[in-house]
Design a protein around this ligand. Structure first.
Ligand code: GLN
Length: 546
């Protein structure tokens, strides 16, 4: 195809309507019809990337192969499309300004006054078109973060207006996602907020081409007509997005509503083949018809906010479907785990996952959880900080290094089993300076991880500053904490396993970022399976006892 087509997704009425899921679902349908699609997220905040943001502020920070710290919506894009995203797929206002200011310092604007229009808007337009110009995609879907009318979104909205005009009607369109609230006192769905939101968009010179309406109740034919008339869109372009029990239902719901056909017709693209969703629907069938059930404890310190561990929760959905098992996740706050509470919190679990994290808070609870899982032979999975806690626990309780610790928690630790790499020691800037992105890892044959991946060479994504301290490697290995994955270039330990335990794996990287519907992550699949076996053994042990 000669030129790339652009779809912009804006939001109105309220935040958190799920623009990312709508964008990902549309992309899925277009991909299932054979189009090459990618999605981009533009975020109107001033942080250069979300890497320095607290999970309570922004949910999980998602990491790409090329080491970009990004918005969690990119995780949805990868999970739905099974294609990798990159730095170009997430742009913030901070990054836009940073690059314009750097250009100004280099004198690239030749003495001109540097202004929001045209310099910031040109930079935004350039960033939007980078993916399109690569020649890798037929359609680029760009999601504009925030809600129409926000002061901070204005330069983005203006850039979309300009691009729509420059590219022409057949090459660009705007989908506006809004909310149709239900007033229970009146027993009615209300369209007025949507009308106002469309009007606000119009004041910025943009006519929405398609309305996607989030609603708790079915939209009647009359209501759709009314929305079309007052919001200036064709009736078939009023798309209902009703609450779904799982986000993975949304592509099918959008297909029923004809979102993909409306988009294709408007962009003058063929819409003859039906989308091939065979694999997707097979996953849904397995996800919705589990044959078993397991309960896994997610031990973390940001557990109050679902979004903090988004990719982990989704990876369990993929692994659950693969094993035909319902995975119940019990979120357990590590700060509340101590000698008194541990049994109550952990003993009934079929698997223990100690989550990634930063800083000192809740560390001791995590170490106790590792110890309980190790001693009671409950399947254990440690991710990043969780792996580091496993190393500390083993050093303290098996090796006898009572003061074993991480430099992150105690800078002067006497036994720093988790320490800082030389090149990290001189770093003062916190943003974008961790070990980030894809790194190779070589697995030991015969290990649990080798069994799961079925190969020795893997590549996984990282996001951490601290590392397993190789000074302690021999002692730990001898004591039974085996290194089963190593970085071939640096010799850094990436995976540890406890010998003789049914399934005890700690990984320095983040496997959850690479789990997708089409490719559930092998370690999540293996851990879930181990939890299933553990749970079945518990049941049969009970039957034998009685
Ligand atoms: N805080 C640890 C480090 O920086 C672990 C990071 C993580 O869990 N992502 O190394």
């Amino acid at each position: 195809m000669a030129n790339t087509k652009y779809v912009f997704v804006t939001g109105g009425v309220s935040s958190s309507l799920g623009k990312g899921i709508i964008a990902a679902s549309l992309a899925k349908l277009l991909q299932a019809r054979g189009y090459r699609v990618t999605i981009q997220k533009l975020d109107p905040y001033i942080n250069v990337d979300p890497g320095t943001l607290n999970p309570y502020e922004h949910g999980e920070c998602y990491v790409t192969d090329d080491g970009a710290e990004t918005d969690l919506d990119l995780g949805h894009y990868e999970r739905f499309l099974n294609t990798a995203t990159s730095q170009a797929n997430n742009v913030t206002t901070g990054r836009i300004y940073q690059s314009v200011i750097e250009k100004e310092r280099r004198g690239e604007f030749l003495g001109k006054t540097v202004q929001v229009v045209p310099h910031i808007t040109n930079e935004i337009k350039e960033r939007i078109q980078i993916l399109g110009k690569s020649g890798d995609y037929d359609i680029v879907i760009t999601e504009i973060g925030g809600t129409v009318g926000d002061i901070e979104s204005l330069p983005y909205i203006e850039s979309v207006r300009q691009l729509k005009w420059e590219l022409g009607d057949n090459n660009a369109l705007v989908i506006h996602l809004t909310l149709i609230p239900y007033l229970s006192a009146a027993g009615e769905l209300k369209t007025k907020p949507t009308q106002h939101s469309v009007k606000t968009l119009m004041e910025s010179g943009i006519k929405a081409d398609i309305l996607v309406c989030r609603t708790e109740h079915e939209l009647s034919e009359d209501l759709r007509k009314k929305l079309a008339l007052f919001c200036n869109v064709k009736q078939e372009a009023v798309i209902q997005s009703i609450d779904a029990s799982t986000i993975y239902d949304v592509p099918n719901l959008m297909l029923e509503e004809g979102l993909d056909t409306v988009v294709l017709n408007r962009l003058v693209l063929r819409d003859d083949d039906e989308p091939n969703l065979e694999k997707w629907n097979d996953f849904l069938l397995r996800h919705k018809n589990p044959k078993h059930e397991v309960t896994i404890g997610l031990i973390g310190k940001y557990v109050e906010l679902q979004d903090s561990y988004k990719s982990i929760l989704e990876a369990f959905i993929h692994a659950g479907a693969e094993n035909e098992v319902r995975v119940n996740i019990e979120s357990i706050h590590s700060e509340y785990i101590d000698d008194k509470t541990i049994k109550n919190k952990i003993a009934h679990l079929d698997g223990v996952l100690v989550a990634p994290g930063f800083g000192e808070r809740g560390i001791e609870g995590k170490i106790k959880a590792v110890q309980y899982a190790r001693e009671h032979k409950i399947p254990f999975f440690g991710i990043c900080l969780g792996m580091q806690m496993a190393v500390i626990e083993y050093s303290r309780n098996v090796l006898g290094l009572k003061d074993a610790c991480s430099i992150e928690v105690d800078e002067k630790a006497v036994s720093p089993v988790i320490s800082l790499m030389e090149e990290q020691k001189s770093i003062t800037d916190m943003g974008g300076t961790m070990r980030l992105g894809a790194w190779d890892c070589e697995l030991v044959e015969g290990s649990k991880v080798f069994e799961a991946y079925g190969k020795t060479q893997i590549s996984e994504r990282h996001r951490h500053r601290y590392e397993y301290n190789n000074v302690y490697k021999d002692q730990l290995e001898k004591a039974g904490l085996k290194t089963t994955g190593t970085n071939p270039k640096t010799g850094l330990v990436e995976i540890v396993e406890v010998e003789g335990h049914p399934w005890f794996v700690g990984v320095q990287y983040h496997p959850e970022y690479k789990s997708t519907v089409a490719n559930p992550h092998p370690l999540f699949v293996a851990f879930t399976k181990a939890a299933m076996i553990f749970s079945k053994n518990k049941v049969s042990a009970k039957v034998t006892q009685s």
